[in-house]
Design a protein around this ligand. Structure first.
Ligand SMILES: *Cc1c(COP(=O)(O)O)cnc(C)c1O
Length: 227
């Protein structure tokens, strides 16, 4: 297997210890979600064997193709859906995902409520916020957030854990992370899922609880890793 992955993984973990100290964060409050999208099950298993248990996928199809099998083999692994969820894929997502991080609209909540009851499975939820109010981006607008949070709390019997954001690509992310943290605190939500390979240090400084790292762990996507 690819030892570059083991090396990167160890470097990230020791880096997280240092970042937590530097920013006066409890180390347990900064959780690494290893984003395994595009990587095959064998590569994911390598990372499981390094000790990682929490993973992220951005497509429901990949969730199904890889994680039904992986979770049978490694029942203590948890997988987060971190990509857009179309209404017709809710059943698959509810069946497989442990956490859905991309809830962003009332009709999607209604479907999750109905289908989770039918499936007798209640994934934890995050609301994705379009924190940069970018027209092309998924996520609920900050102005709509209080109503959506109230709606989920009223109707969903499972857990609403926090907010997930992807700040605008071409701007300084710190103010967006800081704003997300303030929104979460104001709404009594405990967790912020923010920060990716390029900006997780900034996100941790601003109060991230989940950081979603893909290429920092697995290497660049779209090039097969040599074994
Ligand atoms: C792909 C992806 C990530 C990880 O991106 P990297 O830059 O490779 O760390 C994080 N969050 C979401 C929503 C993603 O789609």
């Amino acid at each position: 297997m690819d030892d570059a992955i083991a090396q990167r993984y160890q470097d990230i973990l020791s880096g997280l210890d240092q970042l937590a100290k530097r920013h006066e964060r409890d180390r347990e409050d900064v959780v690494l979600v290893a984003v395994s999208k595009t990587f095959p099950s064998e590569t994911i298993e390598h990372v499981v064997q390094l000790g990682q248990r929490i993973f992220g996928e951005n497509r429901v199809q990949e969730l199904q193709d890889k994680w039904v099998g992986l979770k049978q083999k490694y029942p203590d692994c948890r997988v987060h859906l971190i990509g857009p969820l179309q209404s017709n894929k809710v059943r698959k997502a509810v069946q497989i995902a442990d956490v859905i991080e991309t809830v962003d609209r009332v009709d999607l909540v209604d479907r999750i409520v109905r289908i989770s009851a039918e499936e007798e499975r209640l994934p934890d939820l995050f609301v994705q916020v379009n924190i940069g109010e970018e027209p092309q981006k998924a996520g609920c607008l900050p102005s709509d957030l209080p109503d959506l949070v109230a709606y989920i709390r009223k109707h969903y019997p499972g857990k609403l854990r926090g907010l997930m954001v992807i700040p605008p690509a071409d701007e300084e992310p710190a103010p967006y992370f800081a704003w997300t943290r303030r929104l979460a605190d104001k709404l009594g939500l405990l967790e912020c899922s923010m920060g990716m390979s390029g900006d997780y240090d900034v996100a941790i400084a601003q109060g991230a609880n989940l950081i979603r790292l893909g290429s920092a762990v697995f290497g660049p996507r779209g090039s097969m890793q040599p074994s």
